[in-house]
Design a binder for this molecule. Structure first.
Ligand code: NAP
Ligand code: ZN
Ligand code: ZN
Length: 366
């Protein structure tokens, strides 16, 4: 993979002088395999950082997006929002980064910067709609393209500093799975004395276990089988519960203060709500699509059903520093770009321990 400033035509658009040629892996429709895709990144402007991507995690959201689970999308799309790389060049006004720095890019690459949420460093809730790393209308034209690619150009305000003490491949999933679980755990004050359940032990779930444990909470994993029990203990869970029928739910009724629900597929919210104590909260981070909820599941115990979307840039940096301080990183299986499609299949079969991370430099043999 290489950077080029040639003016040869690409498969995506005609090139402007000094644009960055990127080798990516794109979905062209909801059902076919992802395929190699050459496209161009803008040439770095004043406050832009040009990053050579080393690793990118595969989030279940990538699969939902590509397959159109959340509605029709624009193709071709290069997914990927768990990006770690090294700074290759910077615009003249960049202050925070220099060439060679280890950096990350998560789910957001822009926002309005003016609304109440942006002013509170919660760009993920930008009232005018933030610009997501892939598949979002790009204010500069076209749609944004993500991290299954050799390079990305991002304004410095949306670039994170990745602590060198975390291996770059294991740091990549922190940029989405890490912040998406850190943010609600912090918001709902996870800590000593709180009994927290993590529903679903996948990419997000395994990060939730590590982070909640490091925050001092009592942590229980709610899984669909006993297969991951040993792993859950190794990851730091105090308890493990396999939930496969009504009896299993009844045995653990009214047990938890907080449930971080990371489940990616249809399931009964009512059944999981029954596990909350009085005044307990279930936070949805998993995005399986519309599910019904019975009013009785909430009113009986003054329970709350809440949601949480990734985290803002300031909080993402805080999470990276927290992870470095507590020696936390993701448990990963590294794949090369040719294995992206088989990784998607395995993700859908729940065969991942606990995040696939693409080595974007593998193909170049470096
Ligand atoms: P993942 O690695 O595939 O993990 C999902 C887990 O859900 C599985 O490991 C499995 O855990 C559990 N599960 C799957 N099917 C289930 C079913 N039918 N019933 C009960 N449990 C089931 O996915 P991920 O990358 O962690 O993402 C999880 C979800 O979060 C996705 O929907 C994704 O789009 C969403 N997400 C949201 C945000 C946000 O900002 N809110 C950010 C990132 C991702 P067990 O094997 O333990 O049963
Ligand atoms: Zn994600
Ligand atoms: Zn805004």
């Amino acid at each position: 993979m290489s950077t080029s400033s040639s003016s040869s035509p690409s498969s995506s658009s005609s090139q402007v002088a000094n644009e960055v040629k990127a080798q990516g892996y794109a979905a062209f429709d909801p059902t076919s395999s992802l395929k190699p895709f050459v496209f161009h990144r803008r040439s770095p402007e004043k406050t832009d950082v040009q990053i050579k991507i080393l690793f990118c995690g595969i989030c279940h959201s990538d699969v939902h997006w590509v397959k159109g689970d959340w509605g029709p999308q624009t193709y071709p799309v290069v997914p990927g929002h768990e990006i770690v790389g090294r700074v290759e060049s910077v615009g003249p006004a960049v202050k925070k980064f220099k060439v060679g720095d280890l950096v990350g890019v998560g789910c957001l690459v822009d926002s309005c910067r003016e609304c109440g949420s942006c002013r509170e460093d919660e760009e993920q809730y930008c009232e005018r709609g933030g610009t997501f790393t892939y598949g979002s209308p790009d204010p500069r034209g076209g749609i944004t393209q993500g991290g299954y690619s050799s390079h990305i150009v991002v304004e410095e305000r949306f670039v994170l500093r990745v602590p060198e003490s975390i291996s770059p491949a294991s740091a990549a999933p922190l940029l989405c799975a890490g912040i998406t679980t850190y943010s609600p755990l912090k918001h709902w004050k996870a800590g000593p004395g709180q009994h927290i359940a993590v529903a679903g032990l996948g990419g997000l779930g395994h990060m939730a276990v590590k982070i909640a444990r490091a925050m001092g909470a009592h942590v229980t994993v709610l899984s669909t089988s006993l297969k991951k029990q040993k792993d859950a203990e190794r990851l730091g869970a105090h308890e493990f519960i396999a939930l496969s029928g009504a009896n299993d739910f009844a045995k653990s009724a009214k047990k938890f203060d907080l449930i971080i629900n990371t489940i990616s597929a249809s399931h009964s919210y009512d059944a999981y709500l029954s596990l909350l104590k009085k005044n307990g909260t279930m936070v949805l981070v998993g995005l399986p699509g519309p599910q019904p909820v019975q009013a009785f599941s909430l009113v009986g115990g003054r329970r709350r059903l809440a949601g949480s979307l990734i985290g803002g840039i300031r909080e993402t940096q805080e999470m990276l520093d927290f992870c470095a301080q507590h020696k936390i990183a993701a448990d990963i299986e590294t794949v090369n770009p040719e294995q992206i499609n088989s990784a998607y299949e395995r993700l859908l079969k729940n065969d991942v321990h606990y995040r696939f991370v693409i080595d974007l430099q593998a193909e170049a043999g470096s």
